[in-house]
Design a binder for this molecule. Structure first.
Ligand SMILES: NC(=O)c1ccc[n+]([C@@H]2O[C@H](COP(=O)([O-])OP(=O)(O)OC[C@H]3O[C@@H](n4cnc5c(N)ncnc54)[C@H](OP(=O)(O)O)[C@@H]3O)[C@@H](O)[C@H]2O)c1
Length: 324
């Protein structure tokens, strides 16, 4: 039985602490996953245009609304993609997301990355001469944030960002006076993000942790397979995924594990509570082992931009254009 813990945003809306991630869910898988999730109690769904599966999510929603839940019982997050950062594009892409999902509004709409691509050339516009995406170095984060602020409340209940660092958050807040309701970031024991969490707490920015199981595209072992995590889970009669999700929940933010497998979808939602000792034992796995899995400079094709200031990004040619 899930504890069904909820968290309240600065806007007053509440969301369940454990949500369902949908990235890298293959065609046909996500429709099934979303339907299973909602039938088993999930009410918080994490979506995005770039996952290229929102129409399937929409098909699942048709199967569960209103027979299983009312629309207003779900908390749906989606994200504007990099190729729609230009102010004229932001609402157009939102409209397309709403059409794909078959809903009238989102509960939370995020700027997916602090990186703009040129518009009108697809989701990953190819650079004319290099094996890179073509960045839009003129459109600033402040430009895009202002366009997010201007979105009608009838279509988005709250707005926020994702993958933003402290200076990037500071920049958009200073320029507009509007504090994002949320920042969705990679967070797990190998990347605890303590400084960013403290900043967000001080500003009242809700944090959602992505890749809580340490999913990665670079073939490193998943956190669920780390012997220390397996041992802690065994001692608690829980799964490794459950204790990793609980580690995030212990820290007070929301966590969005992705699975397309029925048993995992169900068990990931069974919230277990860690003792202080268990929490610290899991945290110890990350000590001296800083690992950020999701670095766009390493993607193929490359995004030639330094988003986080990680050593892996030191050769990137471009800084993030925050704007003023
Ligand atoms: N804002 C962003 O830039 C951003 C970036 C990355 C992710 N996200 C969001 O965050 C969500 C979660 O992150 P993620 O997908 O990167 O990683 P994750 O949820 O940490 O891990 C997903 C991986 O773990 C497997 N898994 C799920 N439950 C498991 C269990 N109980 N035991 C063992 N393995 C399990 C999944 O496989 P199966 O499906 O086969 O179970 C999948 O391979 C995404 O789906 C997306 O919605 C956002």
């Amino acid at each position: 039985m899930s504890l069904e813990l909820s968290i309240t945003l600065s806007t007053g809306a509440s969301l369940r602490q454990i949500g369902l991630g949908t990235w890298l869910s293959k065609p046909k898988e996500v429709e099934n996953a979303v339907e299973i999730a909602v039938r088993n109690g999930y009410r918080h769904l994490d979506l995005a245009m770039i996952y290229e599966n929102q129409d399937e999510v929409g098909a699942a929603l048709k199967k569960v609304i209103p027979s299983v839940v009312k629309r207003e019982e779900l908390f749906m997050t989606s994200k504007v993609w990099n190729s729609s950062h230009q102010p004229a594009e932001v609402e157009k892409e939102l409209d397309e997301t709403l059409r794909q999902l078959g809903v009238d509004y989102l509960d939370l709409y995020l700027i997916h990355w602090p990186v703009a691509f040129v518009p009108g050339k697809g989701l990953f516009p190819p650079h004319a001469s290099k094996d890179e995406v073509e960045l839009d170095l003129k459109t600033t984060l402040v430009d895009t944030w202002k366009a997010m602020i201007a979105l009608p409340k009838s279509k988005v209940r709250a707005i926020g960002v994702s993958n933003f660092t402290i200076p990037q958050l500071e920049g958009i807040i200073k320029a507009t006076g509007v504090v994002p309701a949320a920042n969705q970031i990679e967070a797990h024991p190998l990347l605890p993000q303590d400084e960013l969490l403290a900043y967000c707490k001080e500003k009242g920015i809700h944090v959602t942790a992505y890749s809580p199981l340490g999913n990665n595209l670079v073939g490193k072992p998943k956190l669920t397979d780390y012997p220390a995590i397996v041992e802690i889970a065994k001692a608690k009669n829980a799964t490794p995924a459950q204790v990793l999700i609980a580690w995030g929940a212990y820290r007070g933010y929301s966590v969005i594990p992705k699975s397309v497998q029925e048993e995992r979808i169900k068990s990931n939602f069974q919230q277990v509570i860690l003792s202080k000792e268990e929490y610290e034992a899991i945290s110890a796995v990350g000590k001296g082992n800083h690992t950020r899995f999701n670095i766009p400079y390493g993607y193929t094709p490359r995004w030639n931009i330094n988003v986080f200031g990680e050593p892996e990004e030191k050769d990137a040619s471009n800084p993030v254009n925050i704007g003023a």
